[in-house]
Design a protein around this ligand. Sequence first.
Ligand SMILES: [Cu+2]
Length: 202
Amino acid sequence: MIKPSLALAALSVARGPIVRLLRIAPLCIVAGLSACSPHQQPSTPTSSSTPAPGAQTLSAQLHIADGRSVATATFAFANGFATITVKTTADHILAPGFHDMHIHAVGKCEPNSVDPMKPGALGDFLSAGMHYQAPGHTGEPMSGDLDPLEVRQDGAAYLVTTTDAFTKDDLLAGNKTAILLHGAEHSPDAEKRLACGVIGTG
Ligand SMILES: [Cu+2]
């Protein structure tokens, strides 16, 4: 049996924090919710370009025609869009400048090959076909059109971009797809297919 005097004492101790909380509450409303919970991480807005944890990813290793690896590309899918990161893995291979970068319609990166849509012509990575269009999409920009990759004087490049023009399943459907880097803009190689990587789950 608790003595009434002890119960009262306990109640008065317990009331202290409650009273303080009630006094603070109106200040929190004025200052914004974050002022009330200084130890909580701010929640990540869904419009962020940062891939959410648990994003589904695809990747590609880009090689030039002689087989040397030049770059990696990762595609992180979350919240209805893709975040694409392209990073060179070797310096002094790619010429400095802006290189057009696209997803092409066939996941086949063969040097000295034939475009499945234009039999007859032979060239590096023509096997990757035309620019990729997602199902039901027509016109420009095409679904596979990405930002150009700017390569530094030392041949290195790093690009993060985002698009909602296709889904992970789109890129893996049918013949799969490939990511291609073309020659430096305004150079004799501008139209050439310089590096290619099949986009896959590996
Ligand atoms: Cu292209």
